[in-house]
Design a protein around this ligand. Structure first.
Ligand code: THU
Length: 134
């Protein structure tokens, strides 16, 4: 999707609204993520922690769940914020989650400006690698 077609302020707003719903009593580090799908939906998610700390769900986990619950498709653009509303880089595991559902040329708002999925997860393992074996 051309960069000009992406409403970054709307994504930022959706990410901040999601962050306000976070369940982060242990880390006290709420996170909100939002994405634009290729067909124009804005989806979002927040982190949901657990007393068994390692079971924490990152905001991106909820986001990819909502992607599928609202019709599936591919992610054209992504925005993630911390508790102050500042841009947050997705963790390594979540970059992999996002990679699975990336649209060609997917863009991410990062602390260093807009980057592509390939910029933030180069040489990635993905569904294509599994296709080679079938
Ligand atoms: N977190 C996310 O939700 N997404 C990320 O990409 C980075 C980390 C959450 C997990 C945990 O609840 C809190 O941030 C502190 O690590």
């Amino acid at each position: 999707m051309p960069a000009n077609d992406i409403d970054w302020p709307a994504l930022e707003d959706a990410a901040k609204q999601a962050m306000a719903r976070a369940y982060a009593p242990y880390s006290k580090f709420p996170v909100g993520a939002a994405a634009l799908t290729e067909d124009g939906r804005i989806i979002s998610g927040c982190n949901v922690e657990n007393a068994s700390y390692g079971l924490t769900l990152c905001a991106e986990c909820a986001l990819v769940g909502e992607l599928h619950m609202t019709g599936g498709g591919r992610l054209a653009a992504f925005y993630c914020v911390d508790g102050q509303g500042n841009i947050l880089m997705p963790c390594g595991r979540c970059r992999q989650l996002l990679y699975e559902f990336r649209a060609p040329g997917m863009q991410l708002m990062t602390t260093q400006g807009i980057k592509t999925m390939d910029d933030v997860l180069p040489d990635a393992f993905g569904p294509e690698n599994l296709e080679e074996t079938t």
